[in-house]
Design a protein around this ligand. Structure first.
Ligand code: FHN
Length: 581
């Protein structure tokens, strides 16, 4: 009888628990799941694995490009690659130091490779012995230590997982040198390694912020959905990156090293490495400076997204010295200017020449990267009731006036922070900003493909290419134009009349014939030109200075179109107006 009662109680308890989980799942919708992410704005990406130990070299040969692809690039047989694990002993790894570095840099979450394409798990796994605890002399689970430290310090811990590519397994994608014709076996790998390992990550490491899937390859929509559902089943609050594939996922990741070209009103992340490689490569010293990183953070936040910055820890577990030093400087800037970053939304202005903007209700944060020579900042087309304009750091009040529909702010003689000096504008009521782009006195103005109004057959297209292995570049272009009716037109406003060179940035591969074309201004000025051959590839963009125009004060339209092109016309990336001085 007592046994039966106990069974009923256990059953009730379990049913209750399941009901609670079901309730929680229902209560968690995509909006509240993603809230921490949209407020975070800055995260640390970490690529760390056996490839960090090899550091870009295999059998005395250097493989320039991204280091985590070493196994693939050198076509290292699985049996040989496994030997690398026997000397992987990252004794300098210290979760406390890593988390402190990320936290001091102002980063709110860490995304670390739990398993990259090489198939090596950086965590204890019962699904595959090819893992850091079972296959190395290190024998510790660094992800457990890192997760615990993140939980203690209030950072979100997130795991990267390569779900399709796994060069260690016969059924995993990507290894054609050991396992030719392995496509039919993908299902087996998916069931016996991929899914069990993801379950391990979701059940052994406490709350996870997100799972960062990557390179879905041939996965079906059902398989992508299966992973999404699995993540939400075990951790209803955990986000799934769009790279789970097939338009599935809770938020969008842009391409590697892709800055958003326009404001995106859905949660997204823009990701870059500190140098060129994601995984540690000892000879890669092409670091981004603190100033570049601060400005990238602000530009991405200004488009509404998060900046995920990758650091490649060394094979011994230490972080590269240059990354530590650089992040410290970024963190110092953020500490003073955090109000203008965390929890902000996208810019209120069309592209700004002197910097960028982030916003909160009733507040505009003006990020000035280039201090105007006359120390007067033109804030274009702002016509709402302003309460005050102050320097964010220190709170000094600034004087302002209005001119030709713009607010003119009197700045101090010196920029207080050379990386980005932030002004905070407090305003009342509705925000009113002219959506037309303004040319700033004495500054170059670049207008991009996506800002153009297109007519006729003209279309925009995004192109991506690599210059070095894994070093992705992206551009939006105007294309598919042939006749006078096919045009791209930019509208802008000039507070004062002035003379400008017009420069086009385009590619025009050598197979195309030269074409005659026109730059037409709304005040009936014209510049005629013939296209230049820019080389063999659509990605070989070159600037072409066409001529000088008089821009009158007020609103102006400028169009580019071919004169009856027989062949395809140029791949136009941008148009620049350069002060003629
Ligand atoms: O192939 C990977 C690459 O190694 C790296 O992990 C990047 C990071 O976004 N993702 C893939 C390429 O897009």
């Amino acid at each position: 009888m007592r046994k039966m009662m106990l069974a009923v109680l256990v059953c009730m308890y379990l049913t209750g628990m399941n009901a609670a989980i079901a309730d929680e799942q229902q209560a968690v919708n995509s909006t509240n799941r993603v809230q921490w992410f949209t407020e975070a704005k800055f995260g640390m990406f970490m690529h760390w694995g056996l490839y960090s130990h090899a550091a870009g070299v295999w059998k005395d040969k250097k493989y320039y490009g991204i280091g985590e692809w070493l196994m693939h690039r050198a076509k290292i047989p699985v049996a040989e690659y496994e030997i690398l694990a026997t000397s992987f002993n990252p004794v300098k790894f210290n979760a406390k130091d890593w988390v402190a570095t990320a936290k001091q840099a102002g980063m709110k979450y860490i995304v670390i490779t739990s398993k990259h394409h090489d198939g090596f798990a950086m965590f204890k796994s019962n699904a595959s012995k090819f893992n850091v605890v079972d296959a190395t002399p290190f024998k510790r689970d660094p992800l457990k230590e890192l997760a615990d430290e993140c939980h203690r310090e209030g950072l979100k811990i997130c795991f990267y997982y390569s779900q399709f590519q796994d060069w260690h397994e016969p059924g995993g994608g990507g290894n054609s040198w050991d396992f030719p014709n392995n496509k039919e076996k993908f299902g087996e790998y998916f069931e016996t390694k991929c899914k069990p390992q993801i379950k391990e990550l979701l059940t052994n490491y406490g709350p996870i912020g997100l799972i960062w899937f990557d390179t879905p390859g041939i996965m079906t929509k059902e398989q992508s959905h299966e992973l999404l559902d699995m993540v939400h089943k075990y951790q209803p609050q955990c986000l799934v990156s769009s790279r789970v594939g097939n338009d599935v996922g809770d938020y969008t990741d842009l391409g590697d090293h892709e800055l958003p070209a326009e404001i995106i009103k859905k949660p997204f992340e823009s990701l870059f490495t500190h140098n060129d490689s994601w995984g540690y490569v000892w000879y890669d010293k092409n670091w981004r400076s603190p100033k570049e990183l601060v400005q990238m953070l602000v530009k991405i936040n200004g488009k509404g997204g998060n900046f995920l910055l990758n650091i490649g820890p060394q094979g011994d577990g230490a972080l590269p010295e240059m990354s530590i030093r650089t992040l410290k400087k970024v963190g110092d800037w953020l500490e003073k200017n955090k109000e203008s970053v965390y929890g902000t939304s996208y810019s209120a202005f069309p592209e700004l020449t002197w910097g960028d903007c982030t916003t909160k209700p009733g507040k505009l944060y003006l990020h000035v990267f280039d201090w105007p020579k006359n120390c007067v900042l033109r804030v274009p087309g702002l016509s709402c009731k302003i309460d005050s304009i102050k320097l964010l750091d220190g709170g000094k009040k600034l004087k302002y006036s209005s001119e030709a529909g713009d607010v003119m702010v009197k700045l101090p003689a010196e920029m207080s922070d050379q990386m980005d000096t932030v002004l905070v504008v407090a305003y009342e009521g509705d925000l009113k900003v002219d959506p037309v782009r303004t040319i700033m006195d004495g500054c170059e103005t670049t207008m991009f493909a996506l800002d153009a109004k297109l007519s006729g057959e003209t279309k925009t297209k995004k192109i991506s290419w690599m210059e070095e292995f894994g070093d992705w570049k992206h551009a939006n272009i105007v294309e598919k134009w042939k006749t006078e009716k096919d045009a791209a037109t930019w509208k802008f406003r000039a507070p004062k009349a002035g003379q400008y060179w017009v420069e086009l940035d385009y590619s025009y591969p050598s197979k195309s014939k030269r074409q005659e074309a026109v730059i037409q201004l709304s005040n009936s000025q014209q510049l005629l030109f013939e296209t230049k051959d820019t080389g063999d590839k659509a990605s070989h963009f070159q600037p072409h200075r066409i001529g000088v125009v008089d821009i009158p004060a007020g609103q102006v339209e400028m169009s580019v179109y071919p004169v009856g092109a027989e062949d395809a016309f140029i791949n136009l990336r941008s148009v620049k107006l350069i002060p003629f001085e």
